[in-house]
Design a protein around this ligand. Structure first.
Ligand code: ATR
Length: 278
């Protein structure tokens, strides 16, 4: 770090668990970019001050995490289509003093799915289990891949119906929870966006993996543990499996690319996160 170093960071509450500094600082080191990335604990009552600080200090880029992804939006100068469609910002680019909000979570997930499990999503039948904030970003990014069909299934059926209705111009529909089995039997890709299976409840599964067809892709947004019970059982069934770490890596890779205009060293970034798990 010197007087030319360009500053970046992540704001959240809590934030001390974040792997983003390790991942992004590795990316700067790997590409020889003179940047530094810190983690900043910002409570909701100080969000406006924090964004003013970004402007005053001339940070080039910021990641935004829970609980600020929605509330940060009115503090920015421009909201990109990705963040507008999803209704949340996870990446801010400071373009000569104008703060522009993006959302790289959904596109990060899709890039990871394509690189790691299923390169061709066009025409595919995709089931998305869960209809919370994470699901919305992923569904938006999936609709841009020309899938044959996206079926949303949620324990609280009304939320799935509302989410499907917000993608009215795409082939997105909702099914009730008691029809999850039949949806999975026909699916090419089944994605768990719920928290079921997350540490410490590592034995829980969001659905019976035996419902999937062998050869189908089972995907889980959870990356703690790296391989969930859902993925382990689906692999035993003969499915291709895709864990959640790639989504984290590629949402950061897109942020890096938006900030620097250079290709992100995604494999080095993934290795940095894996090393930090010990
Ligand atoms: P996120 O932003 O991570 O998506 P969220 O908005 O709280 O978090 O959404 C959590 C999702 O996990 C929801 O779809 C939730 O289902 P409900 O809408 O019915 O609450 C789902 N979920 C959480 N626990 C679940 C469980 N035990 N079984 C099934 N779905 C569950």
């Amino acid at each position: 770090m010197d007087s030319q170093t360009v500053l970046y960071g992540v704001i959240g509450d809590p934030i001390r668990h974040s792997k983003s500094p390790i991942m992004l600082n590795r990316a700067f080191r790997e590409t020889g970019i003179n940047g530094a990335y810190g983690a900043f604990h910002v409570t909701p009552d100080r969000l406006g001050e924090a964004i003013a600080g970004i402007r005053a200090l001339g940070f080039r880029g910021l990641n935004v995490t829970i609980p600020h992804k929605i509330e940060v939006m009115p503090h920015l100068d421009e909201i990109d289509e990705s963040a507008r469609a999803i209704g949340a910002v996870n990446t801010v680019v400071n373009e000569g003093g104008r703060l522009i909000g993006f959302n790289t979570d959904g596109i990060g997930y899709v890039r990871s799915l394509k690189e790691e499990a299923e390169p061709e999503l066009a025409g595919k039948r995709i089931v998305v289990v869960g209809s919370g904030g994470a699901s919305r970003g992923i569904v938006w990014a999936l609709t841009r891949e020309n899938p044959g069909e996206i079926v949303l299934v949620n324990r609280t059926a009304e939320r799935a119906r509302e989410l499907a209705a917000s993608f009215a111009s795409s082939p997105v529909s909702a099914l009730d929870w008691d029809r999850l089995r039949e949806a999975c039997e026909d699916a090419d890709v089944v994605i768990n966006t719920t928290s079921v299976g997350m540490s410490p409840n590592v034995d829980a599964v969001p659905l019976d993996p035996q419902w999937l067809r062998p050869g189908a892709v089972a995907s889980d947004l959870i990356y703690n543990p790296l391989t969930t019970a859902f993925l382990k059982q689906a692999e035993g069934r003969g499915c291709r499996i895709h864990g959640g770490l790639g989504m984290f890596v590629y949402q950061g890779a897109y942020a890096f690319e938006y900030w620097t205009g250079q290709p992100a060293p995604a494999e080095a970034m993934r290795a940095a996160v894996l090393e930090s798990f010990g």
